[in-house]
Design a protein around this ligand. Structure first.
Ligand code: PGA
Length: 249
């Protein structure tokens, strides 16, 4: 059975004091016990958050890592460093990384390997831009992002990955993909996986939707058969919204 997941991507928000205050609120909040809760703060908070979440069922995620194991890469953070402070999942290939930092699926595939080699779970993001959707290229774009980033893995490795579909035009814009639009892509992702890895693998991978998920639209989205939860940006910075979203299954 695939897992239900609600993951909060804090992006570059909240200093350490603010972040600790929000994390304490999340720890104390009434969260849905039937889904996995993940929090992805900025790198600089991870070490302290790892300690704070030690006895908690909330999982800690990073928002990125470097594609090499170690070495002369000034300003970068390796997967093994993340592992050493208690990180369990790493968001990879977020569209903001792809567009502002020129990451492509090939380099992200190396990051996927690093994360898996440390026994952590990649949350691999894919998604089309508005122009790509208007030109009806979205299926092809998603297929190639998934293939290039993940299809070098074996079955067991792929089953350790979570996929997040985040249409770029819906991120931080207040515009959400309709449940039908999201379901269509999620089902397409599952079929693409099934073709190469079989139905069993495809059925067991959690595929999250991301892009302006809010308490008032989460239920409709999470009700779709191929949507297993959400990767939440803005709304994850508010404990009440984040908790309400977790109860939307
Ligand atoms: P948003 O961000 O919920 O603020 O649209 C989602 C994401 O980028 O993961």
């Amino acid at each position: 059975m695939r897992q239900k997941i609600v993951a909060g991507n804090w992006k570059m928000n909240l200093n350490l004091e603010e972040g600790k205050a929000l994390l304490m609120e999340i720890i104390d909040a009434n969260l849905n016990e039937n889904c996995q809760i993940i929090v992805a703060p900025p790198f600089i908070h991870l070490s302290q958050f790892g300690t704070m979440l030690n006895q908690s069922r909330i999982s800690l995620a990073a928002q990125n890592c470097h594609q090499q194991e170690l070495g002369a890469f000034t300003g970068e953070v390796s997967a093994s460093m993340l592992k050493s402070v208690g990180v369990e999942c790493v968001i990879l290939g977020h569209s903001e990384r792809r567009s502002y930092f020129f990451e492509d699926s090939m380099s992200i595939s190396y990051k996927v390997n690093q994360v898996l080699s440390q026994g952590m779970r990649p949350i691999y993001c894919c998604g089309e831009t508005l122009m790509q959707r208007q030109e009806n290229q979205h299926f092809e774009i998603i297929r190639s992002q998934i293939r290039e980033g993940l299809f070098h893995l074996n079955e067991m490795e792929l089953l350790n990955c979570v996929i997040a579909y985040e249409p770029v035009w819906a991120i931080g814009t207040g515009e959400t993909a309709s449940p039908a639009q999201a379901q269509e892509i999620h089902s397409f992702i599952r079929k693409t996986i099934a073709k190469d890895f079989g139905e069993l693998v495809a059925d067991n991978i959690s595929i999250l939707y991301g892009g302006s998920v809010k308490p008032d639209n989460a239920k409709e989205l999470f009700n779709c058969p191929d949507i297993d939860g959400g990767l939440i940006g803005g709304a994850s910075l508010n404990v009440d919204h984040f908790a309400a979203i977790s109860h939307s299954f």
